[in-house]
Design a protein around this ligand. Structure first.
Ligand code: HEC
Ligand code: HEC
Length: 358
């Protein structure tokens, strides 16, 4: 009896708690959304990684919520930072709130940048010379940003953060002149980005540099960051040969193209009992190590998609050879430096598949 009562009591308590908790659960969970969408690059607590740190006070103090919202929505085309168009406004706001919780005054309502000086008036031509002297070494001669992702296999975690692209349409649309000015005045502690007031520039010099950065909006450079367009996500060719013959052809094509053959196995190997595998669906794994090394230097995430896999399978009485179109990876990576490599790879794949079905 007592036990029964106890149980009833517990169930009741649970119901009451659930009732209390529900409205909170129903609200969008910014921490969860951040973990799902951002943490892989910006770190679980915003300390940075492939992406720049987001938890620095100097950063949080010099930007508005609008800057964060626009950056999330627009991304930085061609610069690794994706555009999150699928998130709802509530989702984006919840992520922004979560990022704000790392600031030292989470109770403050951030609607405007701290340096809300009147609109910045500067001389872009003077700014151009100052930029070449003070900024180009990190941000590139035309504000195109540092190369690579800043992360290489051997890079210790605490080494320099990659300088963002300033001529990027996503950055220019999100950043106000005041935000850029604040960044130059204050710098960002614990990053390579110094305070240029402390580096000896005057406030007028800084205004001139801001005017120069803003002028990228009118130059063509801001529009060059593009992802490759591709007709389809997969490259498919029909083979006139049997699965077995096609695999054999593919094997010699792979070796002829300076690829190393890694293994050949049924698609369902490991998923069905040994010996019961379907012999009409075969995966061929190979790798071109020169390409791999070149691509990994540009962007280590390339490793996620390698080794190269080609599938040979029978489908509705036809034998098909197919592989992921590397051009599509360009869109996933959002890294225009990879475009040349993806394009090259796509061509090699098409040639290999066509040779195998010749
Ligand atoms: C020593 C390298 C270095 C130099 C020199 C440098 N920066 Fe930076 N800059 C960085 C890095 C790294 C960051 C990213 C900091 C971070 O993690 O928040 C950055 C961030 C910025 C940002 C913020 C960009 C964004 O996406 O939030 C602006 C704007 C900027 N720099 C402008 C300039 C200008 C203009 C100059 C010259 C007056 C300059 N920087 C000089 C390395 C540098
Ligand atoms: C695939 C990696 C990646 C993912 C995922 C990613 N970012 Fe970024 N993010 C970057 C990189 C890299 C930059 C620097 C841009 C550059 O190099 O020009 C950046 C820049 C930013 C900036 C500008 C920082 C500054 O200093 O001004 C913000 C804000 C930002 N990201 C927020 C987010 C949020 C929020 C999410 C999740 C919704 C997210 N990012 C997801 C890689 C990523």
């Amino acid at each position: 009896m007592l036990r029964g009562h106890n149980l009833m009591y517990r169930i009741l308590l649970l119901v009451v708690i659930a009732g209390l908790v529900q409205p909170v659960q129903a609200a969008v969970d910014g921490a969860r959304l951040y973990t799902q969408n951002c943490a892989a690059c910006h770190g679980a607590k915003g300390a940075g990684g492939v992406g720049v740190p987001l938890s620095l006070h100097d950063f949080l103090d010099s930007i508005s919520d609008e800057y964060l919202r626009k950056t999330i929505r627009l991304g930085r085309p061609g610069r690794v930072m994706p555009a999150f168009r699928m998130l709802s406004d509530d989702d984006v706001n919840a992520i922004v709130q979560h990022i704000r919780s790392w600031g030292h005054k989470p109770e403050r309502v951030h609607t405007a940048p701290v340096f809300s000086a009147q609109s910045v008036k500067g001389d872009a031509l003077r700014g151009k010379a100052l930029f070449a002297k003070n900024c180009a070494s990190c941000h590139g001669a035309n504000g195109e940003g540092g190369a690579g992702t800043g992360v290489t296999m051997s890079r210790p975690r605490n080494l320099p953060i990659l300088a963002p692209a300033l001529n990027n349409p996503g950055f220019l649309a999100a950043a106000s002149d005041e935000m850029i000015k604040a960044t130059l005045m204050k710098g960002r502690d614990n990053t390579p980005m110094a305070s240029f007031l402390k580096q000896g520039l005057s406030e007028q010099d800084i205004n001139d540099v801001v005017a120069y950065v803003r002028a990228y909006e009118r130059s063509s450079g801001a529009k060059t960051a593009e992802v490759l367009t591709s007709e389809s996500a997969v490259i498919v060719r029909e083979s006139p040969y049997s699965v077995e013959e096609t695999v054999a052809n593919l094997k010699s094509t792979i070796l002829g193209n300076n690829f190393r053959l890694i293994r050949i196995q049924p698609l369902d190997q490991g998923f069905v009992d040994k010996g019961k595998e379907n012999k009409s669906r075969i995966m061929v794994y190979s790798c071109n190590f020169n390409f791999l090394n070149e691509a990994l230097k540009v962007d280590p995430r390339v490793g996620l998609f390698l080794p190269c896999r080609v599938t040979v399978m029978e489908h509705k009485g036809k034998v098909l050879v197919m592989t992921v179109n590397p051009k599509r990876l360009s869109a996933i990576f959002n890294n225009s430096e990879l475009n040349r490599l993806c394009e090259e790879m796509s061509k090699i794949y098409v040639e290999m598949l066509e040779e195998a079905v010749l």
